[in-house]
Design a protein around this ligand. Sequence first.
Ligand SMILES: Nc1nc2c(ncn2[C@@H]2O[C@H](COP(=O)(O)OP(=O)(O)OP(=O)(O)O)[C@@H](O)[C@H]2O)c(=O)[nH]1
Ligand SMILES: [Mg+2]
Length: 211
Amino acid sequence: MSELNYHVTHFVMSAPDIRHLPADTGIEVAFAGRSNAGKSSALNTLTNQKGLARTSKTPGRTQLINLFEVKEGKRLVDLPGYGYAEVPEEMKLKWQRALGEYLQKRQALKGLVVLMDIRHPLKDLDRQMIQWSVESAIPVLLLLTKADKLASGARKVQLNVVREAALSFGGDIQVELFSSLKKIGVDKVRQKLDSWYAMPDEATEDQHGDA
Ligand SMILES: Nc1nc2c(ncn2[C@@H]2O[C@H](COP(=O)(O)OP(=O)(O)OP(=O)(O)O)[C@@H](O)[C@H]2O)c(=O)[nH]1
Ligand SMILES: [Mg+2]
């Protein structure tokens, strides 16, 4: 059982870059990954709400930083997917800038969920995301998504391969299997998020409370 009730999560806003986000306080957990990796689906599965985050068969659907609130001061963030080939170069650079900026400047960011299709893990941009997080001392939950696409033997092999590879980054990285379709790994995600949301919130919270 998880501490927080993720089912009550609601949409807050979409922003083209970090300047449009609400005050940089509280705790944010962001979902990042290649376009089509299953980020929006995972958010919907986690919160048990079909239409919370928009999903699509067309990669590159989520082009904005989408913000959701689980509870006051505890937010989930659906980040734009990276690595989609058929997006114009200029747009790609714009997203990548928004993404890099969010990761490097957002103080509220306390945990990053990196989602990778279990059949195509650890592409260059995934590695870059993980590297960024490790350098910024942000813990990472690596999810191997669409685990339902592999038979259970192949699934375990892939999990071990990625766990082994994750060690080389040296940071706080946990690797788990995930499937929105078959609801694999959902409790693991909720437990990890609970632990991140339970982190003490330095200095900011009291100034904004109504106590
Ligand atoms: N088989 C299977 N398909 C999935 C799973 N999760 C997502 N998909 C499918 O993968 C496609 C992309 O899912 P999204 O959740 O929209 O992916 P995304 O990472 O948010 O994509 P962008 O917003 O473009 O970055 C959709 O067609 C989903 O139905 C899963 O667990 N199993
Ligand atoms: Mg999406």
